[in-house]
Ligand binder design. Structure first.
Ligand SMILES: Cc1cc2nc3c(=O)[nH]c(=O)nc-3n(C[C@H](O)[C@H](O)[C@H](O)COP(=O)(O)OP(=O)(O)OC[C@H]3O[C@@H](n4cnc5c(N)ncnc54)[C@H](O)[C@@H]3O)c2cc1C
Length: 461
């Protein structure tokens, strides 16, 4: 429990103006995108790495929980102070792009840099940072690395972990460490940067991140395939990728999602289609793009595609993407509460996964619209229920549990991009053996023997 003297001591470290315990601050930092609320005891804004180190050292000695926080856009409660303590909010001061190294194609940034700002800055000099979570306008690079965020371009360009070259971080005892190098290859020692990526703020506080950049492709085209059944569409996904197609994105909407967007926005979408697939193809020369489109067309048609559309210009491309970008908000027509999971399966298991989801939907009498990043096997699976109907909510959670079990059976994972945090912690036992969970706990203990850093998360307690 935090005492008045702790607040005073924290003020001595970071300055009085950077320690807030008034009602408004405690409320503002008590939530994330899960809409759950846990009030911290105090919010601290470190000005630099030295402040982070001193705050952690102090809290470690006093056994005060510390929760690192970027923008608070997480979907699984990672930044929520579920055990009280200090919110360590890096977005206020530690938000600078420190270097764009054109020669090595690398950016060095502080953790509070907003994803979109980094993209914008590197694109000004012809470079490219591909990971683009839909929250890119506000989520931070520190949060992206800690959740190993993915985005719309992952089918071709991979996810955050594929771009993290090196990190600086502070351990819970205040020690400052460096992990990784600005080199393409580095096999000296354990891959500590690899362990910290996706560690959800439970092992160390990231203070500097070195990211790989690519050169920006000059051309992009958008295509859409309309399929009679979701199974046809899912077959087209993995067969076209296995056949050499290399789209930036391969996104899908099922029939429930298509109908929801159409009901809300009247865009003339094919409401009788089982599914649609939307793909972007990029490259530097027309021939490359044309070849990729021909591959997609061939595999789509071989798998039952009824109509294959190629956007003629940016407006048509935006029209095609409209359905995907608005799917999440549109499916709220099916229920006032959305139990939203980001399950990921091997791509060849997509047809089976969606078939099983449909069976589970019928069994529990709940609608489960699905859409998402099928090019990565990542399906946003949304169990829609009436929040004021407790029986229906209970059925929804039972359906989700059954979906998780089935996912594991077919070789998939609980989370493709949102992490475990608080929301999925109860399901860790489904996905990992006791021995595996013990290993996770041993890693946590090696970094954080006093369990002060983001305690209660990832099912580690
Ligand atoms: C509308 C919407 C769309 C989204 N779309 C996507 C998407 O397409 N793909 C995707 O992957 N996610 C998506 N997300 C989820 C979320 O935006 C990501 O998980 C994002 O990476 C979180 O970044 P943040 O800065 O908000 O982190 P926060 O929510 O503040 O924190 C997330 C986790 O990171 C830890 N953390 C933050 N900063 C640090 C640090 N410096 N050191 C150590 N730990 C730290 C926190 O303790 C917490 O556990 C979406 C969220 C919303 C609301």
């Amino acid at each position: 429990m935090i005492e008045k003297s702790d607040i005073k001591n924290l003020q001595d470290i970071v300055g009085k103006e950077n320690v807030k315990s008034d009602k408004a601050h405690l409320l503002a930092y008590s939530y994330d995108a899960t809409k759950e609320h846990y009030k911290p005891d105090v919010v601290v804004f470190p000005r630099n790495e030295e402040d982070v180190s001193k705050v952690l050292k102090y809290c470690n000695e006093r056994l005060i929980p510390v929760v690192p926080r970027g923008a608070g856009s997480g979907f699984t409660g990672g930044a929520l102070p579920s055990k009280g303590g200090v919110i360590l909010a890096v977005e206020k001061y530690m938000n600078k792009i420190l270097e764009i190294d054109m020669e090595n194609m690398v950016a060095r940034v502080q953790p509070g840099v907003i994803n979109r700002n980094l993209q914008r800055e590197v694109e000004k000099v012809g470079l490219f940072y591909p990971p683009d979570p839909a929250s890119q306008d506000y989520s931070t690079i520190g949060g992206n690395v800690s959740e190993n965020a993915g985005g719309m371009r992952a089918a071709k360009y991979g996810i955050t972990k594929d771009y993290v070259m090196a990190l600086r971080a502070v351990l819970p005892n205040g020690d400052i460490i460096k992990a990784g190098k600005k080199t393409i290859k580095d096999v000296a020692g354990y891959n500590i940067a690899g362990i910290l990526v996706g560690s959800e703020g439970t092992l160390a506080v990231l203070t500097e991140i070195t990211l790989k950049l690519l050169s920006k492709p000059k051309l992009t085209k958008t295509v859409m395939g309309i399929f009679p059944t979701v199974k046809d569409a899912m077959n087209a996904v993995y067969k076209s990728l296995a056949g050499g197609a290399n789209p930036v994105a391969m996104e899908f909407l099922d029939n429930l999602s298509i109908r929801a967007v159409e009901e809300k926005f009247h865009k003339g979408l094919p409401t009788d289609a089982g599914a649609i697939l939307i793909s972007d193809i990029d490259g530097n020369v027309e021939e490359e793009i044309d070849y990729q489109i021909s591959l997609l067309k061939r595999y789509f048609n071989e798998n039952g595609c009824k109509e294959f559309k190629i956007a003629k210009d940016e407006k048509e491309a935006a029209d095609i993407w409209f359905a995907r970008r608005n799917a999440s908000q549109s499916i709220t027509i099916y229920g006032t509460k959305k139990i939203n999971e980001d399950i990921t399966v091997p791509r060849s298991a997509l047809p089976k996964y969606l078939e099983e989801v449909e069976k589970i939907s019928k069994k529990y009498g709940v609608k489960i619209p699905c859409f998402g990043h099928t090019g990565d096997g990542n399906v946003h699976t949304n169990v829609m229920v009436d929040k004021d109907n407790p029986q229906e909510v209970e059925k929804g959670y039972k359906a989700i549990e059954e979906i998780f079990k089935m996912t594991i059976e077919i070789g998939g994972t609980l989370s493709g991009e949102h992490g475990i945090g608080l929301s999925k912690a109860p399901f860790m036992k489904l996905a990992f053996s006791q021995e595996e969970l013990n290993l996770f706990r041993a890693i946590k203990k090696a970094f954080d023997p006093n369990n002060i850093l983001n305690p209660g998360k990832m099912g580690l307690d």
